[in-house]
Design a protein around this ligand. Sequence first.
Ligand SMILES: CC(C)(COP(=O)(O)OP(=O)(O)OC[C@H]1O[C@@H](n2cnc3c(N)ncnc32)[C@H](O)[C@@H]1OP(=O)(O)O)[C@@H](O)C(=O)NCCC(=O)NCCS
Length: 333
Amino acid sequence: MAYSNFLLELKEKARLKNKTIVLPEGEDLRVLEAAHIIAVDKVAKLIVLGKEDEIKAHFAAKGWDLDGIEIIEPEKSSRLGEYAHLLYELRKDKGLSEEDAAKLALNYNYFGTLMIKSGHADGMVSGANHSTADTVRPALQIIKSAKKGRMASSCFIMVANGKPYILSDCAIVINPTDREMADIALDAAESAISFGMAPKVAMLTYSTYGSGKGDAVDKVKRATELAKADLERPEYAALNIKLDGELQADAALDGVVARKKAPGSEVAGQANVLVFPSLEAGNVGYKLLQRLGGCEAYGPLLQGLNAPVSDLSRGALVEDIVGVIICTILQVK
Ligand SMILES: CC(C)(COP(=O)(O)OP(=O)(O)OC[C@H]1O[C@@H](n2cnc3c(N)ncnc32)[C@H](O)[C@@H]1OP(=O)(O)O)[C@@H](O)C(=O)NCCC(=O)NCCS
């Protein structure tokens, strides 16, 4: 596979981390080809969930080696009982019975998530054949947010003219409050850092520095203030995150517009982390960039969880899956 320069750099960093990623969709031929590419390049160890005979037969037919790939058939796994019990313990207060936990542990997305919770894998990539909700719900229930009381969200890495951008949140939090938008911005900045970027975060809406009015603008202004206040806290001191708002997308990205609309801003005209005020804006925005702008897009990558789980678009190509696996490895703490 031909990697873009950006992905090539991330791949080399990912390889050095020597992590294990679980792929629950071993029935999907795109996932198997992506696993083969990752294994040949020795980027990570992989655990593929699925029917062992069928996966082995497919690899043999293609002449691919299984070095670096473990196949687990959840139904036959000696750890199924252990995982079902763990799920029951974690969810019994939510009303999950032992019987239902045993059934749910057989769901491959739950099985993969329980592997992470048990320390048998570092991250998971799924979603080639599942909706976002079905892919991320086990992670939200079992892996949980890294910071108590904070929503997990997601980001995309988009590469435009060779330059990477983080877009957030385009997949999870439907209508964030001001506090939630501030948290999304801070988590997106940390995601950018994990991909080797120096974050310049733009809090986006349809107004720049008071040019537009309305409740939506007020929300983004408050979110900007909350995030700026958080950045004063000691845990953010060393991260060198620059953040500004409220900004329109042109002011965030274009130096000429920025000088007119937001003079003096450390972010305007140079933003590389774009934070949307709603899922509607974020999801529409990233798809427009991908389809009309021809940008490479990797994600959605969940952020703010105790361990990384990434979703795939059901239209994902093999190279998209390879890219998302690489990005997921870089999110492992
Ligand atoms: C992500 C999403 C599926 C979660 O919704 P859900 O499954 O209905 O979640 P629930 O409200 O039932 O919550 C399930 C658990 O996850 C937790 N949870 C839900 N959203 C969370 C978040 N953003 N961060 C952390 N935890 C979250 C809940 O607290 C709950 O935990 P608990 O059961 O231990 O109390 C939902 O927010 C959603 O549909 N988002 C949009 C997805 C989408 O369509 N994206 C566009 C395509 S990419």
